[in-house]
Design a protein around this ligand. Structure first.
Ligand code: DON
Length: 533
């Protein structure tokens, strides 16, 4: 069973499972297909994380997140008066991190694939999608294309790179509003099929990435690309509500925040079989996101130490005592930290016949990333460096603030909210989940897991249920418009400042029932559909 956020991509993965591939082979095929059909969300110019559960062997977490080029420096983002220009890290060439997806997928296939299928075979469904040269425009892609024209904050100066991008890809929906052109991507996939990751990180594609970025003022070099490596870790593991959770360690914040939230909810008395109180959930999110801001960044001894602190049960028990069951806390309850003051992603889940499971979240950061396209090869470069902080006072594109631990440094990878999650019961997979949606990834993955594991909902009800989101700062509780009115009034009475948001994450999840039945759900708001036998 494969659950991706676009139906053709789920089918690409299923085709590989049917040919005897394992869950990793299928995840790799699905991801390459997403690179074609979800250009706004992920793709060859982006990066991601993959958590793998292997029956009878140790689990694995792969980090193929984008990385700051060796020549990057905070000063590149200052104007002549020394003031930061946040737009420079948000769009255009200086927003682009070294892409990790291609190296990550090739590594996953080679090391954890079944060995029964070659990379060329795994890439074939994606190559066929790309060879069609046009893909249908669904609602999500339509809104993303629309965003190219209207998503301009007041006073936003459109960088040259973005103008070029809008001119180029913007031409197509005007000619034909139903199809998006994928020109040249099939040749890129072919180059990868022939030479694996070296086909992308060295040679003509690498030349064109470097040249395209240089044209718009970027600093990425051939060496940055050629030396980019996948990092492999043990997943961050913790127990919650009688289950064992496998999640992504730093540079993802998702695992640590979800683990802390599970512990805090337990300390507040939440037990399996109960329904979750949204007020307590909002307070939990505030507390855990404050820790995210204060403690997390790319891997360092200090960051890894503080991840353990976030998961410490005694500490969460003390936190639980600070939470008033009738009244919303202020943000300062959760600290005034040294940080002075503070969608383009796709998640896919796979479970194969043997019980092997993959949770994989990939991104170009904002929709269409930096909005720089390597035109001759048909892919968009990410703007993931915006997930770094330039200083501790300026919020990033998601309103997140962070400490000096997540300041941009050459060679570092920016802190992420991507939260691929695998939950086991007695060593066997029970749930695979994850989401897109910036910081809302964490809240939406958490709520889906709570709905299934604690409330006992089916995975489709769990994914479709309305969600809330709090990220500590700003002091706002985001709610979906289709929440129950009585519940919203109750939250207001307790002192929460509510703000409506249509989307709070887009979740793709698969659950495995005790009898082995698989059930999948793709978020109705992104239009994905699962595929399985
Ligand atoms: O890694 C992160 O936290 C962000 N780059 C994720 C961006 C995202 O989910 C955009 N939305 N759909």
């Amino acid at each position: 069973m494969v659950a991706a956020d676009q139906p053709d991509a789920s089918r690409a993965g299923l085709a590989i499972l049917r040919r005897g591939g394992n869950a990793v082979d299928a995840a790799v095929a699905t991801s390459f297909a997403l690179a074609v059909v979800r250009p706004e969300s992920c793709g060859l110019g982006g990066g991601g994380f993959m958590v793998i559960h292997r029956p009878g062997a140790d689990p694995v977490a792969l980090d193929y997140r984008e990385q700051a080029p060796a020549a990057s420096s905070i000063n590149l983002y200052r104007d002549e008066n020394g003031e930061f220009v946040p737009e420079r890290i948000r769009r255009g060439a200086l927003a682009v991190g070294i892409p990790g997806t291609v190296r990550g997928l090739c590594y996953a296939h080679e090391k954890y694939g079944s060995g029964k299928l070659t990379l060329a075979e795994i890439l074939e469904p994606a190559r066929q999608l790309a060879a069609n040269t046009t893909i249908p425009i669904d609602e999500h892609l339509r809104l993303a294309l629309h965003g190219l024209y209207v998503d301009k904050p007041n006073g936003y100066e459109i960088p040259d790179a973005e103008q070029a991008f809008v001119r180029e890809i913007g031409a197509y929906p005007h000619i034909n509003q139903y199809y998006y052109r994928t020109t040249n991507l099939d040749r890129t996939l072919h180059a990868i099929a022939i030479n694996a990751a070296d086909g992308f990180y060295r040679g003509p594609i690498a030349d064109d990435i470097v040249a395209t970025l240089k044209q718009f003022g970027g600093v990425m070099t051939h060496t940055d690309l050629a030396t980019y490596q996948v990092r492999e870790f043990k997943p961050l593991q913790f127990d919650a509500f009688g289950y064992q959770c496998l999640t992504m360690p730093p540079p993802s914040s998702g695992g640590a925040v979800i683990g802390e939230a599970f512990n805090l909810l337990s300390a507040l008395g939440v037990q399996p079989g109960q329904s979750i109180d949204e007020h307590l959930l909002a307070e939990t999110l505030k507390a855990a996101f404050a820790d995210r801001a204060r403690f997390l960044g790319d891997r360092s001894p200090a960051v890894l130490h503080d991840v353990q602190r976030m998961l410490d049960v005694e500490r969460t028990t003390e936190f639980a005592q600070r939470i008033n069951r009738d009244r919303a806390s202020t943000t300062s309850t959760w600290g005034n930290i040294a940080i002075s003051d503070d969608g383009g992603t796709s998640h896919l889940s796979v479970i194969d016949r043997s019980g092997m499971a993959v949770a994989c979240t990939e991104s170009v950061n904002l929709e269409f990333g930096s909005r720089i396209r390597v035109a001759d090869w048909g892919f968009v470069l990410n703007n993931t460096l915006d997930d770094f902080a330039l200083d501790t006072t300026t919020p990033n594109a998601f309103g997140l603030r962070q400490s000096e631990r997540n300041l941009l440094r050459p060679g570092a990878r920016p802190l992420s909210s991507m939260s691929p999650l695998i939950v086991l019961k007695d060593g066997k997979v029970r749930l695979v989940a994850g989401a897109s949606g910036g910081p809302r990834i964490i809240s939406s993955t958490l709520q889906t897991a709570l709905n299934v594991l604690v409330e006992g909902q089916s995975v489709s009800d769990a994914v479709a249920a309305p969600r809330i989101h709090h990220q500590w700062l700003p002091e706002k509780l985001y709610v979906q418009p289709f929440q129950d009115v009585e519940l919203l009034n109750n939250l207001r009475r307790k002192g929460h400042t509510l703000q409506t948001r249509r989307d709070i994450g887009h979740v793709q999840a698969i659950e495995r029932l005790p009898d082995g039945t698989l059930r999948a759900a793709c978020d109705p708001l992104k239009g994905g559909r699962p595929a399985g036998d």
